[in-house]
Design a protein around this ligand. Structure first.
Ligand code: SF4
Length: 397
């Protein structure tokens, strides 16, 4: 299970004041000495991630954060970074130090609500205080769980409760299983060109194949160069799914009566807000000569997409609109703060990012009234095949 990608794991943020025992709690929960533990306040600086298989729930990632009461210029920045973790947090643990804390700060409770994050309050260091102190805290927070991370007391109960709450909050997710019935046939088009990684296929393609297997959908994986003969092999295919970058060529090959979409569009439906991304793509028709576009990628290290984000999409957008548009680029965790200046945000497929983090970005754009779309949907629009490629998503309408 250690190979489950981060983006597919539930993200559990651990928050609290300095020295409340957040790192010790992660170590106790994971049974490993991952986070640096010290009695010196403020040991955790940047958020630290640790993956584990949380039995019986499944794969999760714990995010250890710096103390929210950190102070000084650097400390305040660290505390702000901790709060930024909320944007990718699916579930939170708020750790109270039984020795020194009495309350969960109101602003944290407000932020949990704002980002719709379910949480458990954990009263830590139960071994260090008299029972009356714990009883007083439990009166205030009756649902809180009491632990001593140091002595491993209450940790198993916390693991079980966490598993239960994660299961309750889980939605059944499928990429294709709700779009095609059991026994359907799909052709997956995976161009093997200079941008394809050596010796493997990329994560979204792997996940689609797995989803096909999970739902009894028969998949036939081919390069674009073999697509025509694959269609002869399988003339009654129900759907062709292609890499968005091959849209123009694949659209010409696949007969009109066969549905067509892309990996990236399926993931936009799974992870993003599909309707908003479609509206975002249609917003290119309203761009003006001085429009300013932000191209955002979720990871910094994958150069196979550099060309599409930094070269191909700007070129195609300029060609489509007839303008020399202005582009900015951002990558990794630092989503552009000054969103207000943009007329359109175009996001990558976000395969390295969890759903919560992508939704936080969508919400940021929505709040500022900026249309947002993603690479795949925009490429469909720019190739004039948006309606064709979204048809499969609306099979029940
Ligand atoms: S996160 Fe975005 S840029 Fe990185 S590999 Fe996935 S789609 Fe490409």
């Amino acid at each position: 299970m250690n190979t489950t990608p981060l983006a597919n794991r539930k993200h559990i943020g651990i928050f609290g004041n300095m020295n409340s025992g957040k790192s010790s709690l992660i170590n106790a929960l994971t049974g490993q000495n991952i986070s640096l533990v010290s009695s010196v306040k403020g040991t955790t600086t940047d958020p630290v991630k640790k993956t584990m298989e949380l039995i019986p729930y499944g794969p999760v990632v714990f995010i250890d954060t710096a103390g929210l009461d950190d102070f000084g210029e650097l400390g305040t920045m660290r505390a702000e970074k901790s709060k930024a973790v909320l944007k990718e947090t699916d579930f939170a643990l708020y750790v109270l130090d039984a020795e020194t804390d009495n309350d969960v700060p109101e602003d944290m409770l407000r932020l949990f609500k704002r980002f719709s994050i379910p949480y458990i309050i954990v009263i830590n260091k139960s071994d260090k205080v008299p029972d009356e102190k714990i009883s007083g805290m439990k009166e205030k927070y009756p649902d809180a769980l009491v632990v001593s991370a140091l002595n491993n007391q209450g940790v198993e109960e916390l693991r079980q409760e966490l598993s239960k709450r994660l299961t309750e909050n889980d939605e059944e997710e499928t990429i294709l299983g709700d779009l095609l019935p059991y026994g359907s046939k799909v052709i997956l088009v995976v161009p093997i060109d200079s941008e394809a990684p050596k010796g493997r296929i990329i994560l979204p393609q792997v996940q689609v194949i797995r989803d096909c297997l999970d739902h009894g959908i028969k998949s036939y994986v081919v390069r674009d160069t073999e697509l025509e003969s694959a269609l002869q092999d399988m003339p009654d295919v129900d759907l062709v799914i292609t890499d968005s970058q091959a849209f123009a060529k694949v659209n010409e090959i696949v007969p009109e009566n066969i549905k067509l979409t892309s990996f990236s569009m399926l993931f936009a439906r799974l992870k993003g807000n599909f309707e908003e991304f479609i509206e975002g793509a249609r917003a290119v028709d309203s761009l003006k000569a001085d429009s300013h576009i932000l191209i955002a990628e979720s990871c910094t290290h994958n150069h196979t997409h550099e060309d599409i984000g930094r070269v191909k999409i700007p070129k195609l957008l300029n060609k489509y609109t007839g303008f020399d548009l202005k582009f900015d680029f951002c990558a990794g965790r630092d989503f552009e703060q000054d969103l207000g200046k943009y007329d359109l945000v175009v996001h990558c497929g976000a395969c390295m990012m969890n759903k919560k983090a992508l939704h936080s970005r969508i919400a940021d754009c929505r709040e500022k009234g900026i249309p947002m779309t993603n690479y795949g949907i925009l490429l469909a629009k720019l190739n004039g095949i948006l309606d064709r490629t979204i048809q499969i998503m609306y099979k029940n309408r």
